[in-house]
Design a binder for this molecule. Sequence first.
Ligand SMILES: NC(=O)c1ccc[n+]([C@@H]2O[C@H](COP(=O)([O-])OP(=O)(O)OC[C@H]3O[C@@H](n4cnc5c(N)ncnc54)[C@H](OP(=O)(O)O)[C@@H]3O)[C@@H](O)[C@H]2O)c1
Ligand SMILES: [Zn+2]
Ligand SMILES: [Zn+2]
Length: 349
Amino acid sequence: MAADNRTFNAWACTAKDKPLTKMQLELREWSEDCVELDVTHCGICGSDVHTMDSGWGPTEYPCVVGHEIVGVVKKTGKNVTNVKVGDRAGVGAQCSSCHKCQNCQEGNENLCMNGFVGTYNGRWETNDKTFGGYADRWRGDYRFVFKVPDNMSSAIASTFFCAGVTTYAPLKRTNVNSSSVVGVMGLGGLGHYAVKWAKAMGAKVVGMSHNDKKRDVALELGCDEYLNTSDKEAFGAYQRQMTHILCTGTSQDFDWMTYLKLITVNGHFINVSMPEWNFPEISPFVFFSSQVYISGSAIGSPAEIEDMLEFAASHKVEPWIQTYKMDDVVKAIEDFRAGKPRFRIVLEN
Ligand SMILES: NC(=O)c1ccc[n+]([C@@H]2O[C@H](COP(=O)([O-])OP(=O)(O)OC[C@H]3O[C@@H](n4cnc5c(N)ncnc54)[C@H](OP(=O)(O)O)[C@@H]3O)[C@@H](O)[C@H]2O)c1
Ligand SMILES: [Zn+2]
Ligand SMILES: [Zn+2]
């Protein structure tokens, strides 16, 4: 094999509170399980910002975030079976797992018990750092790389690999259908996808946002109704009306009772948000009086990603995206922090 050129260009985060800077770093060591992509697109996820800020704990800088990656396959190892050179392919928030533990064996690789590896701020089995998609190249394990459907643009496709699957998987798993009423808390990148999925599954959807700014756009997006969660009187009309609440974002004054009271008997409260603070303690009386299933969900397994791509194609589900040039990433992050995206920013090389 010719000398392995591992150098790539990235917009890296070098410290908390510092803007991203362009620098050269090294890709992971090559292996026959590897796929190498020329990155064309990468979405901006809330988790990118938590990680840049060391919001969940110390980040190992320099860190290259971005886990809604799409690119063109440039190189494949001998073991790669699912994509070939020239294909467009995507990667989400997970780039490796142990493939041996019970959860992996049962197709729940996203809950791997021995080695969930994040697409950034993680370590490959080689001990190389994992680097994400705010970059011009990406290299990693084919088992977490997916072929982009031919009829889907790469910009649109990128956002499916995190925001898309994180919201699709729990709604599908809890059988959202035409008799469901789904409340979506937080209308950001994940939340807007949840609205799209729940509508495509036949449900009535209530968009729940923390002020009135998104009322018009939420209805345009497909919400049947809108609940401004800072207006406590508005909750009255929804007591025991929702079969599901999917929480993608909330404020620190969240209280369990207010939200669980909106859910029907045996309904679901599913949290996918990952704030930098803890949810408040739950009083035993919350359990006593709700009879609601409280759960969470972590991105999605490779099988769920494939299933989602098929569902999106057959139900014509498309995210609302705004593209920025990769070189304008500093401005894009500023706009993301200001809550400006309607609804997902995609960086383009
Ligand atoms: N579980 C998983 O696997 C997984 C995967 C991806 C991301 N995540 C997490 O999910 C969360 C959302 O990610 P995202 O990319 O959708 O981010 P986003 O586009 O910024 O959307 C988050 C939404 O949460 C609401 N929100 C945020 N801060 C708030 C505050 N202080 N008070 C009230 N509402 C607030 C806002 O909705 P409104 O303005 O409409 O109220 C905002 O649009 C992040 O914490 C991210 O880390 C989890
Ligand atoms: Zn994400
Ligand atoms: Zn495992």
